[in-house]
Write a protein that binds this ligand. Structure first.
Ligand SMILES: Nc1ncnc2c1ncn2[C@@H]1O[C@H](COP(=O)(O)OP(=O)(O)OP(=O)(O)O)[C@@H](O)[C@H]1O
Ligand SMILES: [Mg+2]
Length: 449
């Protein structure tokens, strides 16, 4: 499972056939987007919208938010970010604003649990029948999740908190099942009861197999190819964070290289806000703060699509009302101060990681470093410029930019959508195929900027 800030993804691996030497291992994406009714069959927007006493999840959250057309309301997005915070357990206890939870039924942690229960149900329904049931007493399926880069001193507490969230989510899923997937949404009262029931249920969720660091999962995914260089730098540009980390493969083990890991909060969401600010500046005057606030909220629900459209076609537009449309060209966007500052910071952080990686190569015969870009942020026009800059700065090593889609993955599925989304899917693939404790950090990891 890869519960991403913007999109959730899932992949599975299982041994085909029964016993004997002919068993082959299959690796496959789980089409949770297909089950959820998303635009894409592979990814599900990590979104929730509470309205009319019901909780709408995934793509239905977006539909209902747009349908409600109430500019005082807010859809819950990017809520995974809290799990990367320093002391996130406390933040799980916070109540949400009435714009998000109008009846004041839930704490932040409750909504994360309900979303995770939804994700578990999507996985159950998207899993091929050959795998057998994912849940239930006879299930032999193990569930592993990808996790953000936690500060080392916080890791065991963070793991324990995540386990509790999944534990509760598994019980909520058991009680709500199919109801989590209905386009009409889950009645809030049902969710409140299921949460209360889950808290009192002491039965452990034994299928849970622990977590893998997201950038480590990307490395594990690319190391499947025996021809992949043994030294790899991963740059995972997601929605909430960009993670840089260097890895060295030793047989079956993958070491995180000391001082190469960096997690920065400049990623897709940052560029979304940059686009919104630019559009607001271009839009000129808005009468009141309330008007600006309403406009901001309504843009927030559309901005990912607008940014993606602009990068694909060179321009985008946002309709405020019948008479006013805000327009923006890609050329204006990449020239704006926020965009330049964000891309420069990504480039600088990348360069620091790569410099540390090059240092760690001293004494090694092989001086080849592979670089992999992953995450939806690979589409940002600045990433290629970043690598060009980097190549001219890092001396004494050969740097090879690996293809975004490794050859084995091309063989897996030739659909165009699969190739386009692979950079976002690879955390889920790596999480599925890595073995517990495969990715190890010998020393401290993760510097939160
Ligand atoms: N074609 C595209 N063009 C531009 N941006 C894109 C494109 N596709 C996805 N993105 C952006 O990539 C981000 C989502 O990427 P991804 O799914 O890797 O993030 P995530 O895993 O949800 O986030 P995180 O890893 O930070 O938790 C969003 O900001 C989205 O707008
Ligand atoms: Mg991600």
């Amino acid at each position: 499972m890869d519960f991403g800030t913007a999109f959730s993804k899932a992949a599975a691996t299982y041994a085909e056939g029964r016993g004997g030497v002919s068993r082959t291992r299959k690796l496959l994406p789980l089409h949770i987007g297909g089950v959820a009714g998303s635009k894409s069959t592979l990814i599900v927007p990590s979104a929730m919208f509470i309205d009319g006493g019901r909780i709408h999840l995934g793509p239905h959250a977006l539909e209902h938010f747009h349908r409600a057309g109430d500019d005082r309301r807010e859809m819950l997005q990017s809520f995974k970010m809290v799990l990367g915070a320093y002391d996130f357990e406390e933040a799980l206890d916070w109540r949400l604003s009435r714009a998000i939870d109008p009846d004041g039924n839930f704490k932040r942690g409750d909504l994360i649990v309900i979303y995770l229960a939804y994700l578990l149900e999507l996985i159950e329904q998207a899993s091929p029948t050959e795998m057998g049931s994912v849940f239930g007493p006879d299930s032999t399926t193990r569930l592993r999740y990808s996790r953000p880069g936690w500060i080392p001193s916080r890791q065991s507490a963070a793991y324990a908190a995540m386990e509790r969230l999944f534990q509760t989510a598994a019980h909520v899923r058991k009680q709500l099942g199919d109801e989590l997937l209905t386009p009409e949404g889950v009645p809030s009262a049902r969710a409140v009861d299921a949460l209360a029931g889950a808290v009192h249920n002491a039965e452990p969720f034994t299928n849970l197999d622990g977590a893998i660091y997201e950038a480590g999962a990307v490395a594990a995914c690319h190391f499947i190819d025996p021809k992949c260089p043994d030294c790899l730098i991963v740059a995972d540009i997601g929605a909430g964070t960009t993670d840089f980390a260097g890895f060295i493969r030793h047989g079956d083990k993958i070491d995180v290289v000391d001082k190469t890991t960096r997690t920065i909060l400049i990623a897709g969401d940052f560029f979304d806000r940059a686009l919104m600010n630019l559009l607001l500046r271009k839009g000129g005057s808005f009468k009141s703060l309330r008007q600006q606030d309403a406009l901001w909220r309504s843009m927030l629900a559309n901005v990912r699509d607008m940014k993606e459209e602009m990068i694909a076609t060179g321009k985008t537009r946002f309709r405020i009302d019948a008479s006013k449309v805000l327009r923006c060209r890609l050329s204006e966007f990449i020239a704006c101060d926020d965009y330049i500052a964000g891309s420069d910071f990504i480039a600088e952080s990348f360069e620091k990681s790569a410099t540390e990686m090059a240092r760690a190569m001293k004494g090694r015969k092989q001086k080849r470093i592979g670089i992999v870009f992953s995450g939806g942020g690979v589409h940002l026009p600045s990433t290629l410029a970043t690598i060009k800059k980097l190549k001219s700065h890092i001396r004494g090593v050969r740097i090879k930019l690996l293809p975004a889609v490794p050859k084995w993955a091309n063989d897996l599925n030739s659909e165009k959508e699969f190739a386009t989304l692979f950079s976002q899917m690879c955390v889920a693939f790596g999480t599925a195929i890595s073995v517990p404790n495969q990715v190890q950090s010998r020393t401290s990891i993760s510097e939160l900027a």
